[in-house]
Design a protein around this ligand. Structure first.
Ligand code: ADP
Length: 257
């Protein structure tokens, strides 16, 4: 059996998948750092040795993401919007019509055609608000691991209304809320809602027409508190795959089909 390899060289993490035509068979990521090609090739080596594969078992190596041009070893490159669309459409078994992708440093909304192609997209990469970096910064100030934000937020009844979506202002707002003794749970829930409102703005009115499934992907989509806030703000179900950080890499892997 032959496999495909997809590499997503993102702003924050390099993701790698070993895939067949329909699903991810093996995946791993490392933090983005100088020497991206070497880091990515190390992931490929790990996958091949974990599965006992040789070069002849690999049909293609395809790269996407900000760092895709650095991958001289990739036979094919694809832009991240098309890779995201192709990957999520296939993994959702053709149901997805809108993707909300939250990455380390940007936020995207991609609308798909009924054939899983990109119909249109919007991107916010001008500031860190609403991205993984925003949450990482908040986690540092709150001295609370990001991985616990989901449960923490569930413990709060009412989200706190936060005024700042800008990372810099949110930072000083969080500091002053902590000084006033506001529980961290309420602040975290407030952060989730402020990001969810930002996503709702980017999504725009046209999407709430509810004519297709909306899926969330990217690293921060593993935060159950953010998902809950998004569903509250958008008044619709938002679906997430079991391994939502790898959909773009999977899309790259199958992009030569
Ligand atoms: P990029 O492609 O821009 O590198 P990713 O989709 O890989 O972005 O997402 C990276 C972001 O995901 C990081 O900012 C990180 O903080 C966030 N992230 C990773 N795991 C989790 C998690 N379990 N909960 C919340 N956020 C997470």
């Amino acid at each position: 059996m032959s496999f495909r390899i997809g590499l997503d060289l993102g702003s924050t993490a390099i993701k790698m998948v070993l895939a067949d035509d329909y699903k991810i068979e093996w995946s791993k990521l490392v933090a983005t750092a100088p020497g991206q090609e070497a880091l990515a090739l190390e992931l490929v080596k790990d996958a091949m040795s974990a599965r006992g594969l040789g070069e002849g078992d690999i049909e293609n190596i395809s790269a996407t993401g900000y760092g895709k041009k650095l991958m001289s070893g990739a036979g094919h490159t694809v832009d991240e919007i098309s890779a995201n669309a192709g990957g999520l459409f296939r993994l959702s078994e053709g149901r997805c019509r809108t993707i909300i992708n939250i990455g380390g440093q940007d936020l995207k909304v991609i609308n798909l055609t009924d054939n899983g192609k990109v119909a249109d997209f919007k991107m916010n990469d001008k500031c860190a608000a609403g991205t993984g970096r925003f949450f990482e910064q908040a986690a540092r100030i709150l001295d609370t691991p990001l991985e616990t934000f989901g449960e923490m937020s569930k413990m709060a009844d009412e989200p706190l209304e936060l005024n700042s979506t800008c990372v810099v202002f949110a930072e000083s707002e969080i500091v002053s809320l902590l000084a006033k003794g506001v529980p961290k749970e309420r602040i975290i829930k407030g952060l989730h809602h402020s990001v969810a409102r930002r996503v709702a703005n980017l999504l725009g009115k046209h999407k709430t027409r509810g004519d297709g499934d909306v899926w969330l992907d990217g690293g921060p989509s593993q935060n159950a508190g953010l998902l809950e806030a998004l569903e509250d703000e958008l008044l619709m179900e938002v679906k997430v795959l079991p391994n939502p950080q790898y959909t773009v890499a999977f899309g790259a892997a199958i992009s030569t089909m």
